[in-house]
Design a protein around this ligand. Structure first.
Ligand code: PHB
Length: 391
């Protein structure tokens, strides 16, 4: 946060107040600078735009202001490229001097953002990236997440398959932080209950040439395949899986990101897929109904989980700002309010764990038409174990 500018302006305000004897309120009058660091290009581009749409929808529902302060956006396309992530985050923190950093989708990029936030003490709200470290060893008072840890949907799917007595599973994902954690979390619950992962396959992020792996899966004939893919790459995978005829012989399971925002582009290949996630299209609550209507009206398309998470990031920010009447220099009070907030999310109400990660129900969903319909609660009120978080 820009303490120097705030103090200088506050000095002017005190002088003005002496002359005109009005209460100075400069910190609350300046525009609130929000730095959105998200992917605008590449395989996660649609995820970045849904996140942005969700965030901006909440702000515009509040008249373009949060706690009385007009919101000004600063944006960077992070391209889901970890090698440029520190430089990109610093464009927002050092050059634009944002009050809050919001981002991102890709776990590797988010790790770098968390490091920048820890060093600069900038408030960071993570609206997607699940890197377990963010609410684990890298946890910090100024770092919050409104989405999930990678462990959460992964652990839930391992339990679902173990409960269904599925025995021999092949896993397949991109070889990067999130992919690794989707396999680890799955393995933890699946193997504990007697299942066995017979092969862990990977390809480089964000490659989409799946033929070699599909040929090997066909030859191995596992009881099921479990994958983590998202965005445009996920659509390509599901279509290729069906084109190889595997959807007829080997059930495919995944974290819900596989189908989020992708069912239309997957067509017939995307039907009937079982996935685990903290959101589903058919969730019945007043907030979800209102949110879906409002989103569809503003953007002429249906929202997905990324839109929900963007919306909830703005809701969490408002909870903090309201407690200090928009004065972000009252940092501790603001953080305390965010820590204890109850977010009335379209996914259902949630609170944050001590490590600042949502404690939430993980649903089992089935893709039907253009919806990921909830068929069951896989695990209720699941909290990430926050391994290594000292706060
Ligand atoms: C991640 O990199 O953490 C990630 C990316 C896309 C998703 C979910 C998680 O849909």
């Amino acid at each position: 946060m820009n303490h120097f500018a705030t103090k200088t302006l506050a000095g002017v305000a005190v002088a003005t107040a002496t002359i005109f004897s009005v209460t100075p309120a400069v910190a609350q009058e300046a525009k609130l600078k929000v730095g959105l660091m998200l992917p605008a290009t590449g395989t996660f581009a649609d995820l970045g735009s849904a996140t942005t749409n969700g965030f901006k929808l909440f702000v515009s529902e509040n008249g373009g202001k949060l706690a009385g302060r007009e919101v000004e956006y600063f944006t960077v396309d992070d391209e889901s490229d970890p090698s440029r992530a520190v430089e990109n985050a610093n464009k927002l923190v050092k050059r634009d001097k944002v009050d809050v950093l919001v981002g991102t989708v890709h776990s590797g990029v988010a790790l770098a953002m968390a490091k920048v936030a820890r060093e600069s003490k900038t408030l960071l709200i993570v609206p997607n990236a699940g890197a377990d470290e963010i609410t684990g060893p890298l946890c910090a008072p100024n770092i919050f997440r409104t989405s999930f840890s990678n462990w959460q949907p992964a652990y839930a799917m391992g339990k679902v398959l173990a409960d269904r007595k599925v025995q021999r599973v092949v896993t397949l994902t991109w070889n990067y932080l999130a992919g690794q954690q989707y396999v680890e979390g799955f393995k933890e619950s699946f193997e504990k209950s007697g299942g066995k992962i017979i092969k862990q396959m990977t390809l480089n992020f964000p490659d989409v040439e799946f033929q070699a792996q599909l040929t090997e899966i066909a030859a191995m004939k596992p009881d099921a395949v479990y994958v983590f893919f998202a965005g445009a790459g996920a659509t390509k995978f599901v279509r290729d899986y069906a084109a190889a005829g595997l959807n007829k012989t080997i059930p495919l399971y995944a974290s819900g990101f596989l189908t989020e925002g992708n069912l239309e582009s997957m067509g017939a290949a995307g039907q009937g897929l079982l996935t685990t996630l903290h959101y589903g299209d058919g969730i019945k609550n007043a907030k979800n109904d209102a949110f879906r209507q409002s989103y569809a009206k503003s953007y002429k398309r249906q929202p997905d989980v990324y839109a929900v998470q963007g919306y909830d990031s703005a809701q969490l920010l408002l909870a903090g700002l309201n407690a200090v009447k928009g004065d972000t220099t009252k940092r501790e009070e603001m953080i305390k309010a965010m820590e204890t907030a109850q977010i009335d999310s379209p996914r259902g109400r949630f609170t944050l764990s001590k490590a600042h990660n949502p404690v939430q129900d993980i649903y089992l969903r089935k893709s039907t038409g253009n919806e990921n319909q909830v068929v069951d609660v896989a695990i209720k009120g699941l909290a990430d174990p926050a391994r290594g978080c000292k706060m």
